[in-house]
Ligand binder design. Structure first.
Ligand code: GDP
Length: 474
């Protein structure tokens, strides 16, 4: 436990300089920006006649998302599916069509409510949850906030149009998130549809479907005629089985916010997906830095329900304010506790914002202990893209591996920045700059940018990064 002198002074309501002076009297030469250990801090607090109030994070924080439930309490849960693909390839149509099949099969008269996610039931009674905001923006934003709700990505590719830029982006986003893909080759009702060509062209992006002797599931569908939709849902269920998705239903709920807004009549409303446990009417909870009490739960058919279990999307009423997509909702024992945690989080969030910018990337350790160093590459011409990617791969060795999340020609776009932010990767811009929208995102998300116009400058900078990442050489 360490704290900077400045921070301690702020908490004590004293001047930093006075603390430095006192420390000097204690034979410690430190400046306000340096850190001191807990014992020294306590000593100072006493010297200034203040009381020591120890509130450790563990006392107040209830972020239990890392703690796991015992194996015997786990039950299978529905997969959560995101639909991605190029614009106009039929993402929205597919989501609508899938939803209709379930509504007509289910209770008659169910009103479709767009709450951000819905669930369908397959013929053999297994369930699939679809996030119904298509595209990778929502997916990546949630991931950037640390919420990995998506278990499977359905990649929609129009059979008459083939692989397009956003198809490739979607592939990269899914790969970066480590989420398996299922390819839905759409619009097969069209005379000019060529599904085989789609399968072949996917090879170039290392998506190898079964027919090409790979293990990626693919289905030919038509959102227009409904052909292949049952098959698609079945393949999703099959993929889900392979993933062995499980959660404990009989505990206090933890859920992720997928959508939230201020509703004129109903106040703040959030759609959440339950991660584990069962969310019930009357539960007291904390979401982000807001507290609340479940006043009502409304399902994707617009019906009030008493409770929601794992993977079930529900609208929650009774929030103290509007949370952010990706926030975690956690049920706590009582309102006093909820307020305490909410207040703690508010303070922590402010501190986080004023703290120094985070390091530009996280290291990811895989099983063989190789450190992966993710990066996004954009350049003005294809030749440069290839040369840079090649040079970067040559920098990989037994200890560290450069992982190019996306490489392409053109200005740095919002999508590039979202991808980089979600993976805490830097962006290399070779003779290119971000467009205005992307520039705002770079600032907001603190994405590290490396601008160069000479290739060996790129490799020089990256080499330095890699050495820093591995720490002092042994
Ligand atoms: P999105 O941008 O990916 O969400 O695509 P949309 O769902 O908005 O679809 C774009 C266009 O393609 C619309 O005019 C749809 O009617 C049409 N479309 C979508 N799926 C099919 C399909 O399976 N067959 C045909 N013929 N048209 C489709």
């Amino acid at each position: 436990e360490v704290i900077t002198v400045a921070e301690l002074a702020k908490r004590m309501g004293e001047k930093g300089a006075d603390l430095v002076k006192e420390l000097f009297n204690l034979d410690m030469m430190v400046t306000v920006n340096q850190t001191i250990d807990q014992d020294t801090a306590e000593l100072l607090v006493e010297q200034f006649g203040h009381n020591i109030q120890k509130v450790s994070d563990a006392d107040v924080d209830i972020d239990t998302s890392e703690e796991s439930d015992p194996e015997e309490t786990l039950k299978p849960r529905a997969p959560v599916v995101a639909v991605m693909g190029h614009v106009d390839h039929g993402k929205t149509s597919l989501l609508d069509a899938l939803r209709k099949t379930s509504v007509t099969k289910g209770e008659a008269g169910g009103i479709t409510q767009h709450i951000g996610a819905y669930q369908v039931t397959t013929k053999d009674k297994s369930r699939v949850t679809f996030l119904d905001t298509p595209g990778h923006a929502a997916f990546t934003q949630m991931r950037a906030r640390g919420a990995n709700v998506t278990d499977i990505v359905v990649l929609v590719v129009a059979a008459d149009d083939g692989i397009m830029p956003q198809t490739v982006e979607a592939i990269n986003h899914a790969k970066a998130a480590g989420v398996p893909l299922i390819v839905a080759i759409n619009k097969i009702d069209k005379p000019e549809a060529n599904a085989q060509k789609v399968r072949e062209r996917l090879l170039e992006h290392e998506v190898i479907v079964e027919e090409m002797s790979g293990d990626v599931l693919d289905v030919e569908v038509s959102a227009k005629t409904g052909a292949g939709l049952d098959d698609l849902v079945e393949k999703i269920a099959l993929q889900a089985e392979l993933l062995e998705l499980k959660a404990r239903p009989d505990r206090d709920a933890e859920a992720t916010v997928v959508e939230a807004q201020l509703d004129k009549g109903r106040g703040p409303v959030a759609t959440v997906l339950v991660k584990r446990g069962t969310l019930k009417r009357g539960d007291t909870f904390v979401v982000g830095s807001q507290s609340g009490k479940v006043r009502a739960l409304i399902d994707d058919q617009g019906k009030q329900v008493k409770e929601a279990g794992p993977s079930m999307p529900v609208e929650v009423l009774g929030l103290g304010g509007v949370p952010n997509a990706g926030d975690l909702l956690t049920v706590v024992e009582n309102e006093a506790r909820a307020r305490e945690v909410a207040a703690y989080r508010q303070e922590r969030d402010t501190e986080k914002r004023t703290a120094l910018a985070p390091t530009s990337f996280d290291t990811m350790f895989n099983k063989s202990n190789v450190v992966e160093w993710p990066v996004v590459v954009k350049a003005d011409v294809q030749g440069s893209v290839e040369a840079i990617v090649h040079a970067l791969h040559n920098l990989s060795n037994d200890d560290i591996k450069v992982r190019v999340l996306n490489a392409g020609v053109g200005a740095i776009t919002e999508s590039d920045v979202q991808l980089a932010a979600a993976s805490k990767a830097p962006i290399i811009g070779f003779n290119v700059r971000p467009n205005p929208k992307a520039r705002d995102l770079v600032k907001r998300d603190g994405v590290r940018m490396m601008y160069h116009d000479v290739i060996y400058h790129v490799t020089d900078e990256v080499t330095k990064e890699l050495l820093g990442e591995l720490g002092p050489l042994k």
